[in-house]
Write a protein that binds this ligand. Sequence first.
Ligand code: 9L3
Ligand code: MG
Length: 132
Amino acid sequence: MTVVAAALVRGDGCILLQQRAPGRAMAGLWEFPGGKVEPGERPEAALARELHEELGIGVGEGDLIAATFASADNAGRHMLLLLYVCRKWQGTPAALDATALSWVLPGEMHDLPMPPADIPLIPILDALLRTA
Ligand code: 9L3
Ligand code: MG
């Protein structure tokens, strides 16, 4: 399973995390917003679709400036998570799918419970934002 997710980076360096809703996989955990890539779908298109569905915002493919990956065992399934850094978007993120949204610095993410695949992305993202 391939999953795309976004690090939406605000001007002050804070990044948006969303809390997964109850009654679903990994309920209550704080994640980079995103979701599954559908068969035949390009990852960048999946990311734009997911961010529109979950947050009501628009991102263009030109806004997707970096990608990293992590793998995790998700209830027996192997998951590849592609993280895209987005610094520009249209609209204001709203919790259309999640329980809550929170803007946090990379150094604050360890205080929040996150899905196993998201955790290794934190130091990578932190290093990227420090040098960018
Ligand atoms: N997942 C983990 N970290 C993320 C995202 C967006 C998703 N940042 C995991 C949770 C689910 C699976 O990937 O097990 C599919 O995600 P979704 O389609 O339920 O959002
Ligand atoms: Mg999702």
